[in-house]
Design a protein. Structure first.
Ligand SMILES: C[S@@+](CC[C@H](N)C(=O)[O-])C[C@H]1O[C@@H](n2cnc3c(N)ncnc32)[C@H](O)[C@@H]1O
Length: 264
């Protein structure tokens, strides 16, 4: 059964029997408990502030504010990390908002996604399939690759990338797969790797994804992982950074100024 069909069926069941919601909520707790059995010392990643990554933080980004999008802070983070880098690779294009924003900083950008045919074959809405790349394909310099990251020939790319964004299927198995593929084929000594959906929101960790990240990479690299505050992203990067311990309820340290302008 496809993910979408499962979701529809689950929602119908919950409407008839609201107490079933507890099962869903408990499942997150089950995931956390499983995680802590394997990684008791790593309940959360150390956090880095966007201001410590870029003391003059002032980014503008393009965003659709539609379903399945990254947060504005996630997109701004990618742009900050892209500065001074020459190549970008991402798994998971969707409308192409992330690669579109990074392409304002890096000329050499590649994005990989399931093909339209494969999405439709999974039983997912044809319209959803057709909307892939609707933003990023307006930039002809962005290389759009089609393939399933489970079987895609990453080695065949024969290339290492400066900045990599993993934002495809967010199940444990696929985050682990994508992480293994990236660390096995695409990184060089100073590559930066960013995972989307390390957290459900900036204050709530998504343990299924977190475990996929840790299990998919060499354990001696775990010390180079961070959660960027106010974002949903985990980042692998080498260097010394000012960090603080994650807390699930925070007093805000600053406000973001958001100016909205519609571009046609
Ligand atoms: C969350 S969206 C990506 C959003 C995009 N990175 C952004 O921020 O604008 C995830 C995308 O991953 C794609 N995807 C899911 N499983 C995949 C797989 N196994 N291989 C390649 N792409 C996959 C989906 O089709 C979807 O477009």
């Amino acid at each position: 059964m496809s993910k979408i069909k499962k979701t529809v069926q689950a929602l119908q069941n919950i409407a008839q029997e609201p107490s079933l919601l507890n099962l869903v909520l408990n499942d997150k707790e089950v995931r956390k408990k499983e995680f802590l059995k394997k990684y008791p010392h790593l309940e959360t990643l150390p956090q880095i502030s966007l201001l410590d990554l870029n003391k003059d933080f002032d980014e503008s980004i393009d965003i659709c504010f539609l379903d399945g999008a990254s947060l504005p802070t996630d997109l701004a983070l990618l742009k900050i990390l892209a500065k001074g880098k020459n190549s970008y690779f991402e798994i998971g294009t969707w409308r192409g908002e992330s690669v579109w924003n990074v392409a304002k900083v890096i000329d050499d950008c590649t994005t990989l996604n399931l093909s339209k045919e494969e999405i439709v074959a999974l039983g997912i809405d044809k319209k959803y399939a057709e909307l892939h790349g609707i933003v990023s394909k307006k930039n002809q310099d962005i290389l759009h690759l089609e393939g399933n990251s489970k079987v895609f020939d990453f080695r065949g790319l024969d290339k290492k990338y400066d900045l990599i964004f993993i934002d495809g299927d967010h199940s444990y198995e696929m985050v682990k797969n994508d992480t293994e593929k990236v660390f096995g084929n695409l990184i060089h000594e100073n590559s930066i790797v960013v995972w989307h959906d390390y957290a459900f929101n900036p204050e709530k960790i998504r343990y299924e994804v977190f475990q996929g990240i840790l299990d998919g990479m060499p354990s001696n690299f775990h010390e180079n992982l961070y959660h960027v505050q106010n974002s949903l992203c985990a980042v692998f990067m080498k260097g010394n950074f000012k960090t603080k311990k994650f807390q699930s309820l925070n007093e805000p340290e600053f406000l973001f100024e958001v100016n909205l302008k519609i571009k046609k």
